[in-house]
Design a protein around this ligand. Structure first.
Ligand code: ADP
Ligand code: G6P
Length: 470
């Protein structure tokens, strides 16, 4: 951390890890890369439940320049806040899955009270000179709660997932309350221009707000900044992971098992937003329509289980296992299994090695805020024999990586064609595409994301921004 910087206080539901443990989730990866560089306090949920819940004592662990302070939730809070409102209402809604979104008063109430209690626990740890940075859909109300506690410093908010169009967001019974509460933030960051515009349009159409120059919004007498800050990875660090001994062992292992076959990889939390069912169907179509691939390609899908208490996730797992069984049953031979699905976690180094061994990586979400797997896959390749990224047009990463093979993940034929093109792409075209994407990934790093957001937060409320902090 450079001298003279204010202390950074980051708040997110999941906290850590800062080390190279396997941990599925882009927020944890992006934020830990950024925090390790700058130092500060990271505050959030311990991952545990206890009878005192959010009234429990905070536990603090210090690793290098980062202190991590966490509190428990009660079982009722976990169910209402995390499984209920955050993951049954907000997650599907913001990912355009109104069909899966459920709304109920009880979880709405608990969500608000958890935001309030997290704010009340954090407030005494703060100094008004701190830069407070809240993360993700778990904490829409927390900035306004922190203001209620008397905090006068700057507060920023970053949404790691999409912000859906106002037509969809207004289906949420508390949509107005949420966006009004968000106006307590000085700067709100989004992954893409589309997300930013959706939010601004909601403010204009639903709250009689006004768009001002410099990506500012005025609602009533409140003026805030709402801008785009695409998250990245620690690209140089990741490229070093990819040539570490642990990566090398995993790369070797995958290559040995593949033999002469071309390896295709997918790495995603097992989540319905990731388009895994559609992806498997696309792979099946490849084997139907381009039979020369039978026996000569294999597809490994790494899909760690996520939120597995929720019905939609249980159903997804059942569907994927059935589909994998169907595809293997249909095409496997004595010495070839076309598709393998694996739910275990890997360290980041091991995963980097697995990426290196793969000729193509399928990143085909139906909606995704950014998708860091796409960036990791690019950072893990080298110019000798780079693999091909197949990327959904609905992933935030598409804005920075247009040289990937862009697909419509809903189109089975489109996905099959892109895989075929990746498998047959000449080396010079693979190199050319990879070099452009590598430049983008090395330019838009986690450090760049963090610095540009915090710089905007520091500047907010000055000059053209008008009054802030009220
Ligand atoms: P999301 O945040 O929705 O999970 P991202 O693609 O942005 O999606 O981030 C996922 C992160 O989780 C990546 O950094 C990826 O490497 C990591 N990850 C996914 N699966 C595993 C796994 N099996 N083991 C370790 N890390 C994983
Ligand atoms: C996405 C979200 C994060 C979340 C992560 C893992 O990356 O943006 O906020 O932490 O998924 O999900 P989980 O529910 O296990 O925290």
């Amino acid at each position: 951390m450079a001298e003279g910087h204010r202390r950074l206080v980051a708040v997110s539901n999941r906290v850590g890890p800062l080390n190279d443990e396997g941990k599925a989730g882009g927020l944890a990866v992006g934020l830990s890369d950024a925090l390790k560089r700058r130092g500060g306090l990271w505050f959030g949920w311990s991952g545990n439940t206890s009878s005192k819940g959010t009234f429990s004592e905070a536990t603090t662990e210090v690793e290098g320049n980062v202190a991590m302070a966490t509190i428990d939730m009660s079982e009722e809070e976990l169910q209402g806040f995390y499984y209920g409102y955050a993951n049954r209402s907000l997650w599907p809604l913001l990912h355009y899955r109104l069909d899966l979104a459920e709304f109920d008063r009880q979880s709405d109430r608990i969500y608000r009270s958890v935001n309030q209690r997290f704010a009340a626990r954090l407030a005494p740890m703060l100094d008004d000179s701190d830069l407070v940075w809240m993360h993700d859909y778990h904490f829409f109300y927390m900035g306004s709660e922190l203001r209620q506690c008397g905090f006068k410093g700057k507060i920023g908010f970053f949404l790691h997932i999409p912000f859906c169009s106002p037509e969809i967001f207004t289906a949420l019974p508390s949509s107005h309350d949420i966006v009004r509460a968000m106006l307590a933030y000085d700067v709100i960051g989004f992954q893409t221009d589309t997300d930013r515009r959706n939010f601004a349009n909601f403010c204009v159409r639903e709250l009689n707000g006004q768009k001002l120059p410099g990506h500012r919004l005025q609602v009533g007498d409140r003026i805030i900044v709402a801008d785009t800050f695409p998250i990245g990875i620690d690209a140089p660090g990741y490229a070093r992971f990819a040539v570490s001994p642990e990566a090398g062992e995993h790369e070797e292992m995958v290559r040995e098992i593949a033999g002469d076959r071309l390896q295709i990889i997918g790495v995603d939390r097992m989540d319905y937003s990731k388009g895994l069912v559609e992806r498997f169907r696309g792979f099946e179509r490849l084997l139907e329509e381009y039979p020369e691939n039978r026996g000569t390609v294999q597809f490994l899908q790494v899909a760690p289980l996520s939120r597995s208490e929720l019905g939609a996730y249980v159903e997804l797992r059942r569907e994927l296992e059935e589909l994998a069984g169907h595809i293997n049953g249909r095409f496997a031979t004595l010495d070839w299994t076309p598709l393998q699905i694996m739910t275990r976690g890997f360290t980041r180094r091991a995963l980097a090695g697995i990426y290196r061994a793969a000729r193509a990586c399928l990143v085909t979400p139906l909606r995704d805020g950014m998708n860091l797997v796409a960036k990791e896959y690019i950072a893990a390749q080298d110019s000798d024999d780079p693999g091909v990224l197949i990327l959904s047009r609905f992933a935030g990463a598409k804005a920075e990586l247009p040289d990937a093979l862009i697909v419509n993940p809903y189109s089975t034929d489109d996905v099959a064609r892109a895989i075929q093109r990746a498998l047959t792409m000449p080396l010079d075209e693979r190199r050319r595409r990879w070099e452009t994407m590598r430049d983008a990934v090395f330019h838009g790093t986690a450090a760049h994301w963090c610095d540009s957001f915090l710089d905007r937060l520091e500047r907010s409320g000055r000059d053209e921004d008008g009054p802030a902090g009220e």
